[in-house]
Design a binder for this molecule. Structure first.
Ligand code: MN
Length: 194
């Protein structure tokens, strides 16, 4: 029985046009994200006790889960993929409003929203190969930026993700091909939170 499920997308595949095209959204959500969910469920088949744990908690406690090493790796990859994409769809919701508290926090931490965007863009642009750029809160609530490879989640490091940008080629290649910087530049136009 499948335990984890694809979260509902609160907007249409074409809602982020022209910055993210409908075909990319459809494949990204219904194929890539679905595959992470399916593979996470497959990895947890042997561990019924773990299937009711929120995926974020699986990632936070990954090192102490009583699972075989191969399954730990699968939970890291596919659980990470599930958690990361679930946040990503919410971040891009066109109905989002500016989060004034987050803007204030970013401004006091990084100088200004523009300074933050510049540094975050740099991390996203330079992330080698597949991965994400992250803004996350540490255990003290302080904001940090970092790039992480593959589907590694900030939860693995005890951080709580706030903003994540998917720079896997599957996130942009259909429309932008190798032009990752153009995808990133346009992504800021989608993000309404800051
Ligand atoms: Mn992705």
């Amino acid at each position: 029985m499948a335990k984890y499920e694809l979260p509902k997308l609160n907007y249409g595949y074409d809602a982020l046009e022209p910055y993210i095209d409908a075909k990319t959204m459809e494949i990204h959500y219904s194929k890539h994200h679905q595959a992470y969910v399916d593979k996470l469920n497959a990895a947890l088949e042997k561990y019924p006790d773990l299937q009711s744990i929120p995926v974020e908690d699986l990632l936070k406690n990954l090192e102490t889960l009583k699972v075989e090493d191969a399954d730990r790796t699968a939970i890291r990859s596919h659980g990470g993929g599930h958690a990361n994409h679930s946040l990503f769809w919410k971040l891009m919701d066109p109905a989002n409003q500016k989060d004034e508290a987050l803007v204030a926090d970013i401004t006091s931490t990084f100088g200004s929203v523009d300074d933050f965007k510049k540094q975050f863009t740099d991390i996203a642009t330079k992330q080698f190969g597949s991965g994400w750029a992250w803004l996350a809160r540490d255990e003290q609530g302080k904001l940090h930026m970092h790039g992480l490879p593959n589907q590694d989640s900030p939860y693995l490091h005890g951080h709580t993700p706030v903003i994540g940008l998917d720079v896997w080629e599957h996130a942009y290649y259909l429309k932008y091909q190798n032009r990752r910087p153009e995808y990133i530049e346009n992504w800021w136009k989608i993000l309404k939170l800051i």
